[in-house]
Design a binder for this molecule. Structure first.
Ligand code: OSB
Ligand code: MG
Length: 380
């Protein structure tokens, strides 16, 4: 191979020789409740792409039930198994953009596409022996992180908020839902007068709740995340015109074009980027760039990822416009034991970027075997 610049087609294309698709189940340290339901374990697809002795890893964020967005684990698995992998295993790509082009004609399936695209980014970065962040264009060696606290009884929420503030987490996000909102925010704000506090409603309100959001204006929240319907940018613009606290969109933003529309209509003043939700790192980067052009900060959301997804999130968060603390907190908050060998641990609200090529973490294969529900292999 010549010393060609990255992204130029003189770089030898990378062939995907084979793939391995697993479903993994990890118990959560504590149940996680949000407006749409409670998770007690994390069940997710894990994809390994192999090329010439190298392995690239991707983790899917589809949950068993399509209650965060409209994608599910079983639906996503079928699409990956029957459509995506047959079209890419045995094929060669000189850049993740070439792979993305193959996936682009198919509608939806953002999370399934993202898992495949992420695994290829990891593989591709490893083929140059470069960290993922470097090929994505990120410079930071550590990222700022906060925590997302699930819905628990008021006193417990206050105690957990205090404990995480004590640990140095740079922002505390409280999950809210109708009947569990102003009182909890008031109590946590009184306990932590100076903390960066936010709330995430996970789509559980409507415009008829405007007075409730006006009441939340009193608590100096950094932003209110996804108060209204998952597929509705327009009503968020109406709500934003009625309240002072910035709105942050999560579920409603599936692409850079969605972000552009939200910013043009002032439906959001902050955006949460999740690689899985938007179909991969390339779209996440475009979304990041659109927001940067509008001088709108972004932050990296989470889906209770295990070590592979978490490492991808950390690398993505090194891009310059990730200007607010993300949800990528210590993996020990979620799992007693993770599927990767390297501990992903934040200290003082700062998560170091794993060193090494690609995502910089390695699978604990022996442990992975014990938590794997199914394995399928693909070869051309
Ligand atoms: O809305 O950001 C969300 C978890 C599952 C589904 C949706 C969301 C979340 C979180 C947790 O807030 C973020 C994390 O700690 O990974
Ligand atoms: Mg959210």
């Amino acid at each position: 191979m010549t010393h060609a610049k990255l992204g130029q087609s003189v770089v030898a294309p990378l062939r995907i020789d084979s793939a391995e698709l697993r479903v993994v189940r990890l118990p959560l340290v504590t149940p996680f409740t949000i407006a749409t339901g409670t998770m007690v374990d994390k069940v997710f697809p894990l994809l390994v792409l192999k090329s010439d002795g190298l392995e690239g890893y991707g983790e899917g964020v589809m949950d068993p039930w399509p209650d965060y967005l409209d994608e599910s684990l079983l639906g996503g698995m079928a699409f990956v198994r029957d459509v995506l992998l047959p079209n890419i295993v045995g094929a060669s790509f000189e850049h993740p953009a070439a792979l993305e082009k193959v996936l682009a004609p198919w509608r939806g399936h953002y999370m399934a596409k993202a898992m495949v695209e992420m695994a290829f980014w990891d593989l591709w970065a490893k083929s140059f022996n470069l960290p993922l962040k470097t090929v994505l264009g990120g410079l930071k060696s550590a990222i700022d992180v906060g925590v997302s606290l699930g819905i628990t009884p008021l006193e417990e929420t206050v105690q957990r908020a205090l404990a995480h503030d004590e640990l140095g987490y740079k922002r505390i996000k409280l999950k809210i839902m109708p009947g569990h909102d102003v009182e909890i925010v008031k109590a946590v704000r009184e306990a932590l007068p100076h903390a960066h506090l936010t709330v995430d409603a996970n789509t559980s309100y409507s415009l008829s709740d405007t007075s409730l959001f006006r009441a939340l204006d009193a608590f100096d929240l950094d932003y209110i995340e996804q108060p209204l319907a998952w597929d509705d940018i327009h009503d968020h613009a109406v709500l934003q015109s009625r309240i002072l606290t910035p709105i942050c969109l999560d579920e409603s933003i599936r692409s850079a074009a969605d972000a552009r529309k939200a910013l043009q209509t002032d439906a959001a003043r902050v955006i949460n980027i999740k690689v899985g939700r938007v179909g991969g790192h390339l779209e996440a980067k475009r979304l990041h760039d659109v927001c940067e052009a509008w001088d709108v900060p972004v932050w990296c959301g989470g889906m209770l990822e295990a070590g592979i997804g978490r490492a991808h999130n950390i690398h993505l968060s090194t891009l310059a416009n990730f200007r607010k603390p993300g949800d990528t907190s210590s993996s020990s908050r979620y799992f007693i034991k993770d599927i990767v060998n390297e501990p992903l641990t934040a200290e003082g609200g700062v998560m170091p970027v794993p060193h090494g090529a690609g995502i910089g973490v390695t699978l604990d294969w022996a442990f992975l075997e014990t938590v794997t529900a199914s394995t399928e292999t693909f070869k051309r």
